[in-house]
Design a protein around this ligand. Structure first.
Ligand code: ADP
Ligand code: ASP
Ligand code: MG
Length: 469
């Protein structure tokens, strides 16, 4: 990757043969005009970057998500819509888009108001919230494509819905990778022969071409799906930190960037709460054996993190992650004793409610399990609903405990390295551990603690495992 600062070039881009790069820019990387300029520099510095995937500008999706949940008070709706308009107008004040782009932006902003009102009135259909959410990303790709064009780059605002085909589970749609590959060959490859396609992350369309979304943080996933579909040589995730750290630097100030990670390690980190990557991102990248680079769009010259199949180093403990707001469900039934089929029934009930189980431990008469908010349909909404509890109570006694945090130690050979567990538990000392999961994967050891203890536990483990290993 060439990462020195660039001078804008008027480019008739060469036809890509090999070495295609997909670059994704997150919300803070497209938050304002200076940020968009930094994206343009990164894109222009590497002529093999032909697909650019963008998130909504920071703060836009949160506001659209509030509107998509339905806000009755007109004044409150208006406040959120004006804040979104301010974000876009601060960009256009400096960008000065050409009339067609300005008209398109106006149309998106009008649609935001119309969809918000429809939802508030209960008049929309199941797909209206996703159509509303998608507008944040649509504004970003429109404005970045406009900026690139103004700078003399042949670029086009490309509609992601032409390629990212999903099922119809609005809010948490499941992509169809085979179909996406076919559509990319038909509609996207011809475009990137001589243009940079600037497209939206997070959004797709079902078979009826209704707009869907992939779940919060889903732009990373979109970028990986595009990379897999066009058999990219690498995928670049440009964000607000200079790589993946040994722990979220906001939670552990002494965390430091990691030069390289395996797909397995990065997937464990993402799954267990490292918000830097959407948990599903590594699936398409690993399927396509596409190395993933994570770097900071403010400091593109920094080394960042590379995620690949193999890494030179394989430390027992590579990183820590934490997922707060966990729910522990304990179910108990005497019928379980020596009985067959109880777990099958339990899982079938959870599956009917589209709840994905995360960790599980069992005893003779009880099962404790945590619920996976990212894999579950109700992601972003309440996981344990009254309907789910009523169904479970037909099977067994149920207790629900909230306010827990799942801490994960991520690395290699954690199951076969004798002193890891003993060191970990002696470091944690007297804090109450609600559940432990160890053994299923050599790449993680995780446990549940009360949320109030999580920060302290992370600092202690970071000191013990990663600062003085
Ligand atoms: P983007 O908007 O670019 O997608 P996100 O906010 O989704 O960015 O992800 C970047 C954030 O992820 C960082 O600001 C950081 O706080 C958080 N994060 C969580 N865990 C880690 C980690 N292990 N390393 C680096 N950043 C992390
Ligand atoms: N804009 C979406 C979100 O904030 C998707 C993304 O940024 O990855 O969740
Ligand atoms: Mg993100």
């Amino acid at each position: 990757m060439t990462q020195s600062k660039s001078v804008a070039r008027s480019v008739a881009r060469e036809t890509p043969t090999t070495g295609l790069v997909v670059a994704k820019f997150g919300g803070t990387s497209v938050a304002d005009y200076p940020a968009l300029l930094r994206c343009a520099h990164i894109i222009e510095n590497n002529p093999m970057t032909r697909i650019v995937v963008v998130s909504a500008a920071a703060g836009v999706t949160n506001r659209l998500a509030a509107l998509s949940a339905g806000i009755d008070e007109q004044a409150e709706r208006q406040r959120l819509l004006s804040e979104i308009m301010d974000i876009q107008h601060r960009i256009t004040a400096e960008l000065k888009p050409r009339p067609e782009a300005s008209a398109q932006l106006r149309e998106y902003l009008v649609l935001m108001a119309q969809y918000s009102e429809l939802i508030a009135e209960g008049a929309g259909d199941g797909g209206t919230p996703d159509a509303l959410l998608a507008l944040g990303e649509r504004c970003s790709s429109l404005l970045l494509a406009e900026l690139l064009q103004q700078r003399g780059v042949q670029a086009r605002d490309f509609n992601a819905c032409e390629v990212i085909r999903t099922d119809s589970h609005f809010g948490h749609a499941e992509p169809r990778p085979k179909r996406i590959g076919m559509l990319a060959r038909e509609f996207l490859l011809p475009v990137i022969q001589d243009e940079v396609a600037v497209t939206q992350g997070f959004i797709g369309a079902d078979a009826a071409m209704r707009t869907t979304t992939l779940g919060r943080g889903g732009s990373d996933y979109s970028a990986a799906l595009f990379a897999e579909a066009v058999r990219a040589q690498s995928l670049e995730i440009w964000t607000d930190v200079d790589g993946i750290y040994t722990c979220d630097p906001r939670q552990v100030p002494k965390a430091r960037p990691i030069a390289e990670l395996t797909f397995a390690e990065a997937a464990e980190m993402a799954t267990f709460g490292a918000k830097i990557l959407h948990p599903a991102t590594l699936l398409p990248a690993q399927r396509g054996a596409i190395p993933v680079f994570v770097g900071c769009s403010r400091e593109p010259e920094k080394p960042g993190t590379w995620i690949r199949n193999q890494t030179a180093s394989r430390p027992v403990c590579r990183a820590l992650s934490v997922r707060r707001g966990q729910t522990l469900l304990t179910v108990r039934s005497l019928n379980m004793l020596h009985a067959r089929g109880f777990l099958a029934e339990l899982f079938a009930t959870l599956a009917r409610h589209r709840i994905s189980v995360d960790l599980i431990t069992t005893s003779e008469v009880s099962v404790a399990l945590t619920l996976d908010p990212t894999g579950s349909h109700s992601s972003g909404r309440k996981l344990v609903t009254e309907a789910l509890l009523a169904d479970l109570k037909k099977l067994c006694d149920v207790s629900v405990e909230e306010g827990l945090a799942l801490v994960a130690v991520i690395g290699h050979q954690l199951t076969s390295t004798p002193d890891v567990a003993s060191r970990l538990f002696s470091m944690i000392g007297a804090r109450n551990i609600r559940m432990v999961s160890h053994g299923a994967s050599p790449n993680n050891l995780c446990f549940l603690v009360h949320e109030a203890d999580a920060s302290d536990v992370l600092q202690t483990l970071h000191r013990g495992f990663l600062e003085n290993p």
